[in-house]
Design a protein around this ligand. Structure first.
Ligand code: GTP
Ligand code: MG
Length: 335
C-alpha cells in the first residue's frame, strides 16, 4: 500500500510540524525519510538536521523473539501500561525483508487495537524494504522523528528474522528478548548470539496451564545466563515472566528497564552506547551512499548485467567479475 503522494513541504514546515507534535506531519516526515527518490532524500536530510537538536530524550526499547512469541501482543499491553504512567509511547517495527512489505504490520496495527486509539500512543507501520539503503537506516530516522515529536518511550518490534535483531540492537538503549517456555528444552532453538545481545529476558504467555512451565524456563535461563560473560556495562540481564493476556509482569518489566537506565547512566554507559551507535550509523549511511553511487554509475551500470550473466554461466569467477566492475569504476573516476 503506497501512501498517496502529496506535494512536498519545505524542510522547515516538516520540522515545525514534527516539533509541535503534529501526528499527520510526523507521519509525512517519516514517509519522506523512507522515500528512495533523491530529491526526497535531500529534503529528508534537511529535516533531520533541523530536528536533531531536539532528539535523544527518550528511552529506546527493542523487542525481539521468535515469530509467535507474542511481541505484538506484548507491545499492545506494555505500551498501554506505559501510557497509564502518563508517558507518550511510539511503536515502530523493523522488517528487513522487502517481500513482506506491509501485510504483517497492517495486521499488527489492527492487533494493537487498544493502543492505536490511545491519544498518548503513536504506531507507525514498518517501512517496506527499499532496494538500496537498509530499512534499518529508515527506522533510525523514524525513531529520531518520534523523539522530536515528544514521544518519551520508543518501542521497536523486530519483524522477520536474521539481520533485524542486530539492526535493532544497534539503535536501542535496552534490548528485551521475549521467550517461550519450551517443553524441557528451553535452551534449544534460540541462538546464543541473540541471548548475548539482550539486556533482559521475559518468558511470555505465563498464564493458565503455562504458568509452571514459565517458571521452570525462568530458572533455566537464569542459570544459563550465569555462564555468559557480563555485559559491557556490568549489568546482569534479569529473567522475568509475563502474560500480555492477563496483564501480569508488565510493571516488573518496566521497573527492570528503569533500573537498567539508572545503572547504565551512572556507569556512563548509556551515553557511551548512544555515541557508538551514532558512529556506526554514520558508517552504515556512508556505505549505503557509496553502494548507491557505485551501482548507478554509468561505467558500472553498463557492464553489470553482462558480468552477472557471465558469473551465472560460470564463464567468469565471482571475484574476478567484482574486480572488473570495480576497475571500470576506478578508471572512470580518473578521467
Ligand atoms: N496465552 C497467551 N497467548 C498469548 C499471549 N500473548 C500473545 N499470545 C498469543 O500468541 C500468538 C502470537 O502473538 P503475536 O503477538 O502476534 O506474536 P508476535 O511475536 O508478534 O508474532 P510475529 O509478529 O508473527 O513474529 C497470538 O495468537 C496471541 O494471541 C499471552 O500473554 N498469553
Ligand atoms: Mg508481531
Amino acid at each position: 500500500m503506497s501512501p498517496i503522494r502529496r506535494p512536498r513541504l519545505s524542510a522547515a514546515a516538516y520540522a515545525e510540524g514534527v516539533l509541535a507534535g503534529d501526528r499527520l506531519l510526523l507521519s509525512r516526515a517519516i514517509t519522506l525519510a523512507e522515500s528512495s527518490l533523491p530529491d526526497d532524500q535531500a529534503l529528508a536530510r534537511q529535516v533531520m538536521d533541523q530536528i536533531l537538536p531536539h532528539t535523544g530524550r527518550s528511552i529506546r526499547l527493542g523487542i525481539t523473539g521468535v515469530p509467535g512469541v507474542g511481541k505484538s501482543t506484548f507491545i499492545e499491553r506494555f505500551g498501554t501500561y506505559i501510557t497509564g504512567l502518563g508517558k507518550k509511547v511510539a511503536v515502530l517495527a523493523i522488517d528487513p525483508s522487502s517481500q513482506r512489505s506491509g501485510g504483517s504490520i497492517l495486521g499488527d496495527k489492527t492487533r494493537m487495537e487498544q493502543l492505536s486509539h490511545n491519544p498518548l500512543a503513536y504506531i507507525r507501520p514498518s517501512a517496506a524494504g527499499s532496494a538500496l539503503g537498509g530499512v534499518a537506516a529508515r527506522t533510525r530516522e523514524a525513531l529520531l522523528l518520534c523523539e522530536a515529536a515528544g514521544f518519551e518511550v520508543i518501542l521497536i518490534e523486530t519483524v522477520g528474522v536474521g539481520q533485524s535483531e542486530t539492526a535493532v540492537r544497534n539503535m536501542v538503549d535496552f534490548f528485551l528478548l521475549l521467550m517461550l517456555a519450551g517443553a524441557g528444552d528451553e535452551l534449544q532453538g534460540i541462538k546464543k548470539g541473540i541471548m548475548e545481545m539482550a539486556d533482559g529476558l521475559a518468558i511470555t504467555k505465563a498464564d493458565g496451564a503455562n504458568k509452571g512451565a514459565a517458571r521452570q524456563a525462568q530458572a533455566a535461563y537464569k542459570n544459563a545466563l550465569h555462564l555468559f560473560p557480563p555485559t559491557a556495562s556490568g549489568w546482569i540481564p534479569p529473567v522475568l515472566t509475563c502474560s500480555a493476556q492477563e496483564g501480569n509482569g508488565l510493571e516488573a518489566i518496566w521497573e527492570m528497564i528503569e533500573k537498567y537506565e539508572r545503572h547504565s547512566r551512572q556507569k556512563g554507559y548509556f551515553e557511551h552506547q548512544r555515541r557508538q551507535q551514532n558512529l556506526a550509523w554514520m558508517h552504515s549511511a556512508l556505505k549505503d551512499q557509496l553502494k548507491q553511487y557505485f551501482y548507478s554509475h554509468p561505467a558500472v551500470a553498463g557492464q553489470r548485467q553482462r558480468l552477472e550473466e557471465e558469473v551465472k554461466e560460470g564463464q567468469t569467477g565471482a571475484l574476478g567479475a567484482a574486480h572488473q566492475l570495480f576497475s571500470l569504476f576506478r578508471e572512470s573516476m580518473r578521467d
